[in-house]
Design a protein around this ligand. Structure first.
Ligand SMILES: Nc1ncnc2c1ncn2[C@@H]1O[C@H](COP(=O)(O)OP(=O)(O)OP(=O)(O)O)[C@@H](O)[C@H]1O
Ligand SMILES: [Mg+2]
Length: 230
C-alpha cells in the first residue's frame, strides 16, 4: 500500500508571552493511502493541532513531514497552498459557510479564489453537491438548510478539488445522532471510493466505524489500534 503521510519527531510549541504550550510532543506517524482513521483523545490533547499540521494549515515547530513524497517543512507559503489545493479537503465542526450565499455559491468559493471561470466552477460545484445528495438544495442559503445539510454543503466544498485526503475535525460535533449518521455514511462512501479519511471525534460510536484509531494524550500518541479486517 502506498505511503501517503510520514511524520517524524513532530513537535508543536505555542509560545505565549508568559507560558509555552507543547501541543505536540515528538509525534511519529505513518498513514497509507485509503486509510480511515479516527483521532481521539481528551480536550487539549493536540488533535486539532495535529490536523492543522497534516492539512498544511500550520507548520510544526520541529520534525519532518513528508506528504505524497514532498517535503513539507521546506515548502514556501505558496507551495503549501498549492499542496493543499491539490491534495486536501478540510471540514470543521462549525460548518464555516457564508450565510448570504446559496449552497452552490458556497461550494464553488474555492474556484473563485483559484480564478476559475464561473461556468466551470458552477459545473464542479453542482457535481460536488450531487455527490453529497443535495443537488435539489443548490439554491438554498445556509439558514434554509438543516444542520446535516449544511455540513454536507461543507463536505461538498471540501470535495470540490477531488482531494486524496479528507480531514474532518469533529464534523458531527454540532449534529444530532441521526444527522451524524448521514455524515458518517457519506464518509464511509468516500473512503470506499479511495479517499483517505482522518476524522477527529469524541463520539465512541463514530470512532468505532474507523478502521484505525489513534489516541492522543498530552501531545503524544498513546494508542494506535488497527481494526482487524475480517
Ligand atoms: N493558537 C494557539 N495558541 C496557543 N496555544 C494553543 C493554540 N492552539 C491550541 N493551543 C493549546 O494547545 C493544546 C492542544 O490544543 P488542541 O486545539 O490541539 O486540542 P484538541 O485535542 O483539539 O482539543 P479539543 O478536543 O478541545 O478540540 C491546548 O493546551 C491548547 O490550549
Ligand atoms: Mg480540537
Amino acid at each position: 500500500m502506498k505511503q501517503l503521510i510520514k511524520l517524524k519527531n513532530i513537535s508543536k510549541i505555542y509560545k505565549m508571552s508568559d507560558i509555552q504550550v507543547k501541543a505536540l510532543d515528538d509525534v511519529d506517524l505513518v498513514i497509507n493511502e485509503g486509510e480511515f482513521i479516527a483521532l481521539v483523545g481528551p480536550s487539549g490533547s493536540g488533535k486539532s493541532t495535529l490536523m492543522n499540521i497534516l492539512g498544511c494549515l500550520d507548520v510544526p515547530s520541529s520534525g519532518s513531514y513528508i506528504l505524497n513524497n514532498e517535503n513539507i517543512e521546506t515548502a514556501t507559503e505558496g507551495k503549501l497552498a498549492k499542496i493543499r489545493n491539490e491534495n486536501i479537503g478540510f471540514v470543521f465542526q462549525s460548518f464555516n459557510l457564508l450565510n448570504n450565499m446559496s449552497a452552490v455559491d458556497n461550494v464553488s468559493l474555492p474556484c473563485k479564489y483559484a480564478k476559475m471561470r464561473t461556468k466551470e466552477s458552477r459545473r464542479l460545484a453542482n457535481e460536488a453537491l450531487k455527490l453529497v445528495g443535495l443537488e435539489n438544495r443548490r439554491n438554498h442559503k445556509p439558514y434554509e438548510l438543516s444542520g446535516g445539510e449544511q455540513q454536507r454543503v461543507a463536505f461538498a466544498r471540501a470535495l470540490l478539488n477531488k482531494p486524496s485526503i479528507l480531514l474532518a475535525d469533529e464534523p458531527t460535533g454540532n449534529l444530532d445522532s441521526n444527522t451524524s449518521k448521514e455524515i458518517l455514511d457519506l464518509m464511509c462512501d468516500l473512503n470506499e471510493q479511495g479517499t483517505t479519511i482522518i476524522l477527529v471525534t469524541h463520539d465512541r460510536d463514530i470512532a468505532s466505524i474507523a478502521k484505525r484509531k489513534i489516541k492522543l494524550f498530552d501531545g503524544k500518541i498513546v494508542d494506535d489500534l488497527q481494526k482487524d479486517v475480517i
